[in-house]
Design a protein around this ligand. Structure first.
Ligand code: DGY
Length: 322
């Protein structure tokens, strides 16, 4: 009998076929979002699972699915998985780092530029038929990106890729804050300087959040932090909802405490804080930071390699979270 596995979300059929060649695959071609009891029911008897950020893998689920040996998550973030509970039960966990770094950094930069230069807001204005007079000197004036100070909270792989874009592409002064400073060589490679949190908040013209979500990064940017930023600054979040306090951000945007924001991730996705939806000076996108065709295929492919390796059918290809 072939090993039974579950693929929880729809993916590229030709890539999932590599799993079908070896395992008995149950998948989800309609891409239904299952409730927790539905997920647990579908995992009964399954030895491996290809999961996504929308699946919550916790101790209750693991105890209800004792035959599960590997949870291979598509995405670099894995805050949807209780890694400690998996480790305690001998369940292997993998993610898909590296393959999405540059694409996600591109997107973060695009979102930051869209916020700074008011691209979404001005597009709505034009489509709404409000553009009746050309050449107004003060129409949608925004903040410059080139030559400005780029602040990065969280200097992992994606943070470093954002830094290189800012430093070498846009001649920005790059400062960052991280759990600990990077090596001198890495700082030189990114032309970035370590600063404390207060300096980061105070001096950034454009602050971008790239820190993984955890209990310690919950609401790392809240009302108090927003008050420390420049009123001309922008804030961009491509990390996880929950790192930024969305309700506090909506207040800061409405009061002009900061100039604009770009958000690709939200607390309680796919719901978005109504107060944010009411603000014009925020660019909102539906968690698509890694969504280029090549990168989404590379993520799926690495996830499949990881599952094959984790179930002992091939060489270890993926990296478990560290
Ligand atoms: C990631 O890779 O973590 C992306 O946010 C997709 O979930």
């Amino acid at each position: 009998m072939r090993t039974p596995i579950l693929v929880t979300r729809a993916s590229y059929p030709d890539i999932v076929d590599r799993l079908r060649a070896q395992f008995d695959v149950t998948d989800n071609p309609d891409d239904t979002i299952w409730t927790q009891p539905e997920l647990i029911a579908r995992l009964q008897g399954k030895v491996g699972a290809m999961t996504a950020g929308s699946d919550r893998i916790d101790a209750t689920l693991l105890d209800a699915c004792p035959q599960l040996k590997a949870v291979c998550n598509i995405g670099v973030g894995y805050n949807n998985i209780d890694v400690g509970a998996c480790t305690d039960r001998g369940v292997i966990v993998t993610n898909t780092p590296d393959v999405l770094t540059e694409t996600t950094a591109d997107f973060g930069f695009a979102l930051m530029m869209a916020a700074a230069r008011r691209i979404a807001e001005s597009e709505h204005y034009l489509r709404g038929g409000l553009w009746t007079k050309t050449g107004r000197y003060d129409m949608f004036v925004g903040g410059d990106v080139h030559g400005a100070t780029l602040g990065i909270l969280g200097m992992g792989r994606i943070g470093q890729a954002v830094a290189r874009r800012g430093a070498f592409g846009f001649d920005m002064r790059v400062i960052y804050h991280n759990r600990s400073p990077l090596s001198r060589e890495t700082e030189e490679r990114c032309r970035a300087r370590y600063v404390d949190r207060e300096t980061l908040l105070r001096e950034s013209d454009h602050l971008i959040v790239v820190v993984p979500y955890s209990a310690s990064s919950h609401h790392a940017i809240g009302a108090a932090e927003l008050r420390q930023m420049k009123s001309s600054a922008t804030l961009t979040n491509i990390a996880r909802g929950g790192v930024v306090d969305d309700a506090a951000l909506a207040v800061a945007l409405s009061e002009g405490a900061i100039a604009a924001a770009g958000l690709d991730v939200f607390e309680g996705e796919p719901a978005v804080c109504p107060a944010l939806l009411a603000q014009k000076n925020v660019v909102l996108t539906p968690h698509i930071g890694s969504a280029s065709v090549a990168t989404r295929r590379a993520m799926a492919s690495l996830c499949v390699d990881n599952l094959i390796a984790a179930l002992g059918r091939g060489p270890v290809a993926g990296k478990p979270p560290t």
